[in-house]
Structure formats: structure tokens, C-alpha cells
Ligand binder design. Structure first.
Ligand SMILES: [Zn+2]
Length: 152
């Protein structure tokens, strides 16, 4: 048996998928929704909860705050946007690749795992981890990344 908790948050940002053949190659914005799932084999805090929702929320907000109201660009492809727009916007965030929902979810999962567990209060216990992160860019389109399973 194992437990899972979910914490949701959101941010708004512009991005462009330069290598995409359709309209997504143009600079456009979304209100991104984020769902984080933390999984544990045991209940903590006197055997009543996986962990405090507020701790997860705070760590997630801290990660998303650097993207919120930002412009998320591909440093290898978006040279024209970078040249013209970067000087005008303080919050241009450069990614090594296309800032798709999949890539954003992967970055959130990695950063959250480090801030909550690897560097966090819990140390790095094997029984609790960030299990998955879903990023939605519309009500119809989302991507989920899963942490590697212990069984693999
Ligand atoms: Zn988009």
C-alpha cells in the first residue's frame, strides 16, 4: 500500500515552440495549471499525513515564481525573440530546448524533488518522493512526467 497527495498551482507565461509546424511556433501565452503528486509508503507527522500540503505548495510556488508572467524561450532557436524582446522583459527564461508542457513538467519534478527531499527537511528517504507532475496549457492539453519507478 502507498499514499499519494496532490497539490495544484498555476502560472501564466508566454512561450514559442519554434520547431513546431503549426501556430504554436508563434509567441503566445497560456495560464498553465500544475498538479504535483507526492507518494509515500508511510504516513509521516505522527502517522497522519504524507506531508503538509502547505510545504509542497510553498516549494512549488517558489519554483513557478521565476516563470510566472515570464517569457519562456528556447535558447537554441528563439534568437529573434531574444534579440528583440529580451531587453524589454525582465523575466525571459531560457531553456535548453522547446519549453513544452512535457519539458516544464520535467523541470518542476526535478527541482521539487531536490528542494523537498534531497535538500529539504526530510533528507532523502526512499519511501517518499515526487511521483509525477502534470502541466496543462489548456483544459484539453496536458503532459505528465513520472519519476522513475523503484521497480525499474
Ligand atoms: Zn503553447
Amino acid at each position: 500500500m502507498k499514499y499519494q497527495i496532490e497539490v495544484k498551482s498555476s502560472f501564466c507565461a508566454a512561450h514559442a515552440l519554434s520547431n513546431y509546424g503549426g501556430d504554436c511556433k508563434y509567441l503566445h501565452g497560456h495560464n498553465f495549471d500544475v498538479v504535483v503528486r507526492i507518494e509515500s509508503k508511510y504516513l509521516n507527522q505522527s502517522n497522519v499525513m504524507v506531508m503538509d500540503f502547505k510545504v509542497v505548495k510553498k516549494a512549488l510556488k517558489s519554483i513557478l515564481s521565476s516563470w510566472d508572467y515570464g517569457m519562456l524561450l528556447n535558447e537554441k532557436e528563439d534568437h529573434e525573440y531574444m534579440e528583440h524582446l529580451q531587453p524589454l522583459f525582465e523575466r525571459c527564461v531560457l531553456f535548453e530546448t522547446e519549453p513544452t508542457c512535457e519539458r516544464l513538467a520535467g523541470q518542476i519534478l526535478g527541482k521539487l524533488q531536490v528542494s523537498l527531499f534531497d535538500d529539504g527537511l526530510f533528507g532523502a528517504p526512499e519511501y517518499i518522493k515526487v511521483a509525477s507532475v502534470t502541466v496543462s496549457e489548456t483544459s484539453s492539453y496536458s503532459a505528465t512526467v513520472f519519476a522513475d519507478s523503484d521497480d525499474e
